[in-house]
Design a binder for this molecule. Structure first.
Ligand SMILES: [Zn+2]
Length: 141
């Protein structure tokens, strides 16, 4: 799930207001807002009305007015993708328990551990994420 917050952050970060005294503060606020929104989406997306508008309201002040519409478009596109993924995940797994590690253990059962913040995997399965990222990079190339 966190790959969605990372992707939103990656696309929005270049649009942040420039010339700030503490640019890292804006970056951190943006990342935190993206993670919080995606986490809430993962927990309870059916009761999370208009997640794109909610995230935009949280972060719009970090962007110059001339880039806010673009920022909204980016947020909306990523949220649409995340919602589609959640629908698919529920269809496939029968649950939206997405704050669980995505790996399966040696017995073939779903790992029950909680993912590391910023990852879809728990500490023991984190290496799988690198493989997944490499695969999707290869796919995108
Ligand atoms: Zn795990």
């Amino acid at each position: 799930m966190y790959r969605y917050s990372r992707a939103i952050y990656r696309d929005l970060q270049p649009l942040l207001m420039e010339g700030q005294v503490r640019p890292e503060l804006g970056q951190r606020l943006l990342l935190t807002a993206c993670e919080r929104t995606v986490e809430r989406l993962a927990r309870d997306y059916r009761r999370f009305a208009r997640p794109a508008a909610s995230l935009f309201a949280d972060v719009r002040s970090l962007f110059p007015v001339s880039r806010q519409l673009l920022a909204y478009d980016i947020i909306e596109a990523h949220m649409a993708a995340a919602l589609e993924y959640l629908d698919q995940e529920i269809a496939d797994r029968g649950s939206a328990d997405l704050l669980r590690c995505r790996a399966t253990n040696r017995k073939g059962k779903a790992c029950q551990r909680v993912p590391v913040t910023g990852s879809d995997f728990c500490p023991s399965h984190r290496f799988l994420e690198k493989l997944q990222t490499q695969r999707s990079d290869a796919f995108a190339a």
